[in-house]
Design a protein around this ligand. Structure first.
Ligand SMILES: Nc1ncnc2c1ncn2[C@@H]1O[C@H](COP(=O)(O)OP(=O)(O)OP(=O)(O)O)[C@@H](O)[C@H]1O
Ligand SMILES: [Zn+2]
Length: 746
């Protein structure tokens, strides 16, 4: 991305949901300009039910990358190509809302803590507080003062004032909905309050309106709070960096103006301002903001560092590799926000349910109002009153709000552990995983094999080894790297170098062609023999990977490399099994090595000799055999298998863009124990979701019975609905602090 690109989009993207214009704690930061987006103010959108309506309206519009809702600010950011926006806006208007574009400049300014909508909410609180007081006064007059015309008139006036203070908006939205013959919450409340007023229950009408409006406000703020939990991470990246100037002097400048390839200096105790590669010094860095892992990681020249992480011990100089708006941290935040915008299956279910439930209760209310007086000795007024109570109960707020808060909190909790879950669907599905296919190299093992044994079959051993080092030095494959590093010899020029997928490498040195690769490659070339087989067997049974070098005449050298199993892998495998998930190892390495390493890690089933396409087939087969199957990999050469699996999990993804893009769940560090953590979080989320749904519906059921047969009053119903809303929100927010670590971890 060019520099100009970057600054031009920064203004519009900053308020675009990528950074907090809503959370009062958010700092004015340079938001990731990855997707950008256009922000609209929708004056009549402040409740999650309205959010759901807008989402439904936008569902048929194709081409929208993501939606960022900020209920507290009544804002919606749409990330979509410019030609899709008019269609999207039209759909929103058809649903009865009036989106107003927010000017880029105004949008940016709201990113500061002193932004306008905070005042808006402040004013709202004062207004609603007043409305509540006036409603209480109206109620008090009716209870305390004698029932004269004057006191009645006064009570009525106070009620009107309270309803007006608290309910203008509900009325506006309610009438708009009724005109379109739609039954949303506002329509229900409008009918209920008006009806109560008309049958002479004005203090109650006032009370209901005030309580309802207050509940709505609290709800909007809670949803925003959950949504913004992740933005706290963004504050971690410093806004300024100490950058080397052309003359060699150091200057402190805003990160947004630091170009890629600049050299920045980071003193001990400072946070890393931008992603980069260490060019000087060494230090220990706490990478918790990115990987969720707070044990410091040693960094030396050549190692990557990430914006937002904390430099603990030494001074570092770092060459910047990504613009501030495109750092790993910014990408994480952007991805989580995008995930928050996608709806989880339970959320869809609840929305569909609410869409049926509300009209059904409305019909029932009408039936009660008409049938009860006709069939029993209930009076008309009593019948209508009962019907109005039912309408209040019909408000699906607690139900509709319970899912997004829960899902969003869980996504944020995962992000804090360096786990990026790219959508509510994966969060909800993870608990049903039956099998997980694990890549060997780098997932179960450290991925840093070492050369442990070598043998040459020619007299000129030194020359052969130099050939091997030259060929191996050209490859990035961990096995080749281990050989090159282990031999540590001067390289010769290699021509016509090429990689042989799943086999090894080939190249010509001094006019002669050589190959360096595995047993399969040598078999294919017809250069294997029984002596070689015996050597191979001996090494492979010890879990070593054997690489052979051959020229046209035959095999000229053998190298054995060994990788160590990560200490955490064993625990993670045991944990997966205890959660009822079967781990299976898939590897391109040979069968014997695979078996040896698998059994050390506690994995019963291992498959070796797999080419990338074989891994794909293996996943398909596991899906047939087990059901929901996950796949872990580094996301680079495992991309097809990651995509095929029900849940593709990329490991050790910090800094690797491809992995972050390819997988459904991205684990920033390479700790396999994060997988059981995800499954536990998924189970907890599921439990909380259904606790909330059943609680919200349970409260409604109780009040329903009370309303029809007993003595529930309207404002008891509102209290119950408000109480239920607040309880489900609190229960959902609990996930932000959920304990989902394996029992043996500390
Ligand atoms: N560039 C290379 N240099 C040396 N050996 C190679 C190279 N590429 C592949 N091989 C050999 O082929 C085998 C399969 O390689 P592949 O890349 O498919 O799997 P892998 O990534 O090593 O293993 P895993 O599937 O566990 O990650 C390796 O184990 C290695 O023996
Ligand atoms: Zn053989």
């Amino acid at each position: 991305m060019s520099k100009t690109d970057d600054t031009s989009s920064a203004a519009s993207s900053c308020s675009s949901g990528a950074c907090g214009s809503c959370s009062s704690t958010s700092q004015p930061v340079d938001a990731p300009a990855i997707a950008g987006g256009k922000t609209y103010r929708i004056p009549t959108m402040d409740c999650s039910a309205e959010e759901a309506e807008i989402r439904r309206a936008l569902e048929p519009v194709s081409g929208i990358a993501s939606l960022g809702f900020q209920l507290g600010a009544r804002r919606l950011t749409i990330s979509a190509p410019a030609d899709v926006l008019p269609t999207a806006l039209e759909a929103i208007r058809r649903a009865g809302f009036k989106p107003e574009p927010v000017e880029a400049a105004a949008a940016t300014s709201t990113a500061s803590p002193s932004d306008g909508h905070e005042h808006g909410i402040g004013a709202g609180v004062a207004r609603l507080g007043l409305a509540l007081l006036v409603a209480i006064a109206a109620e008090g007059i009716e209870i305390v003062l004698p029932d004269t015309r004057a006191t009645q008139g006064l009570g009525m006036v106070l009620a009107v004032v309270a309803i007006w203070l608290a309910g203008v908006e509900t009325y506006t939205k309610g009438f708009a909905a009724l005109r379109r013959l739609k039954l949303n919450i506002n329509a229900l409340m409008t009918v209920a309050v008006t009806g109560a007023f008309l049958i002479g229950q004005w203090p109650e009408a006032a009370m209901v309106m005030a309580l309802y409006a207050i509940a709505e406000l609290i709800e909007a703020r809670s949803v925003d709070r959950a949504r913004n939990a992740i933005k706290g991470l963004m504050d971690l990246a410093p806004e300024e960096a100490t950058v080397q100037q052309p003359g060699g002097a150091w200057a402190t400048v805003p990160v947004a103006s630091v170009a890629i390839d600049s050299i920045v200096r980071i003193r001990p105790g400072e946070r890393v301002p931008m992603d980069g590669t260490v060019t000087r010094g060494d230090s220990a860095i706490n990478q918790a903001p990115v990987t969720g892992e707070s044990i410091p990681v040693e960094k030396a020249v050549g190692d990557p560092v990430f914006a937002g992480t904390i430099n603990e011990t030494g001074e570092l100089e770092v060459r910047v590799t990504a613009a501030a708006s495109n750092s790993t941290l910014a990408r994480i935040i952007h991805a989580v926000e995008q995930a928050q915008g996608s709806r989880a299956p339970t959320q869809r279910f609840v929305d569909r349910f609410a869409a049926v439930y509300t009209p059904a209760v409305f019909a029932l209310a009408v039936a009660v109002a008409v049938l009860l007086p006709l069939l029993t000795d209930v009076t008309w007024l009593q019948g209508i009153y009962k019907a109005l109570v039912l309408l209040v109960i019909a408000c699906p707020c607690a139900l509709v709000i319970s899912t997004p808060v829960t899902v969003v909190s869980a996504l944020a909790a995962a992000a804090r552990r360096g786990i990026l879950i790219k959508g509510g669907t994966y969060l909800e599905d993870a608990r049903n995983l039956k099998a997980v296919a694990l890549d060997k190299t780098g997932t179960i093992t450290e991925g840093k094999p070492k050369l442990v044994d070598q043998k040459t079959m020619r007299d000129d051993a030194a020359a052969v080894l130099r050939l091997a080092a030259s060929l191996a030095g050209r490859s990035d494959h961990p096995v080749s790297k281990a050989i090159a590093e282990g031999l540590n010899l001067e390289h010769e020029a290699v021509d016509q170098f090429s990689a042989l997928a799943g086999r090894g490498v080939q190249g010509s040195i001094g006019g002669k062609t050589y190959v360096l690769g595995n047993h399969r490659l040598i078999e294919e070339r017809g250069q294997c023999n029984s002596e070689l087989e015996a050597d191979l067997k001996r090494h492979e049974q010890q879990g070593r990977t054997v690489t052979l070098m051959a020229d046209e005449q035959g095999v000229i050298a053998l190298f054995a490399v060994a990788d160590t199993i990560k200490p955490s892998s064993k625990a993670a495998v045991a944990d997966l099994i205890s959660l009822g998930v079967t781990p299976i190892m898939l590897t391109g390495d040979n069968e014997a090595t695979a078996q040896s390493i698998a059994s050390h890690a506690g994995i019963k089933e291992a498959r070796g000799n797999l080419l990338p396409e074989d891994k794909l087939k293996a996943i398909e087969e596991l899906q047939k055999r087990f059901g929901l199957t996950g796949m872990t990999g580094d996301g680079i050469n495992d991309a097809p298998a990651l995509a095929k699996a029900d849940i593709g999990i990329a490991m050790g993804a910090a800094g690797t863009d491809t992995a972050m893009e390819a997988a459904d769940i991205v684990i920033m560090n390479d700790d396999l124990q994060r997988i059981p953590t995800v499954i536990r979080l998924s189970r907890k989320t599921h439990a909380v979701l259904w606790q909330n749904i059943s609680f919200a519906l349970g409260v409604k059921a109780v009040f329903f019975v009370m309303a029809v047969f007993g003595t529930a009053t309207m404002w008891m119903a509102v209290f119950a609905d408000m109480g239920a809303s607040l309880l489900v929100v609190a229960n959902g927010l609990r996930l932000l602090k959920a304990k989902v670590e394996p029992p043996h971890a500390d």
